[in-house]
Design a protein around this ligand. Sequence first.
Ligand SMILES: *Cc1c(COP(=O)(O)O)cnc(C)c1O
Length: 246
Amino acid sequence: MVQKRQTHSMSSIADNIGSVTRRIQKATLAAGREPGSVSLLAVSKTRPPEDLRAAVTAGQTAFGENYLQEALDKIEALRDLPDLEWHFIGPIQSNKTRQIAESFAWVHSVDRLKIARRLSEQRPEGLPPLNICLQVNINDEASKSGCTLDQLPDLVAAIGELPNLRLRGLMAIPDPDQPEGELRLSFRRLANALNALKQQHPDAGPLDTLSMGMSGDMDLAIAEGATWVRVGTALFGARPPKQAQG
Ligand SMILES: *Cc1c(COP(=O)(O)O)cnc(C)c1O
């Protein structure tokens, strides 16, 4: 019985990877964008390593994690799988930067220069530069991390000088409770900000990335230019209620 239930849940994760992939393709096509220009980041916070294995079986390689210790445990548990790409997407305390710099390929949630400096200094020699996005608090919500749009030019200029980072672009988590039109405008503001930065700071980094869109709003985000959508619930099901997670 246990065996059977496991098999069932694994095949549904694989099914979900398939249906989300088709949803991404459809939205990409509808937006008149290049096929393959939107990547799927599987957000695996709170999920056990077996769920990630099921996703890998369906072809998924990029995983997003929010809580450092939980992520490090999973990275260790999945060491036997080659070519997984780990993305850190949660709030960053400065005493955690070393382990993030050592274990991840991407960080989507950099929101201040101090964190960027530490990540660059602590990126181990021999690893490629760490890909980073600047997180923008696009709806100026008191409860959310992220810099303001006004802070971006100075941050980008300073981060462009850091040797062990590659500044890939911008990330945001817009307020999901706003009306659809407003939500769409939030995504558009982030896309416009990236375009402006590309003009003003052509040497700061590739600036080719918009990390925006989750299970509920990935289609809108793709219409506005997302290149990474960060999807948890639509792949792995509802998460347990949030509580003290480190
Ligand atoms: C949890 C989380 C997601 C995934 O959200 P879903 O609604 O489950 O798809 C995406 N991005 C960030 C930063 C998250 O913390």
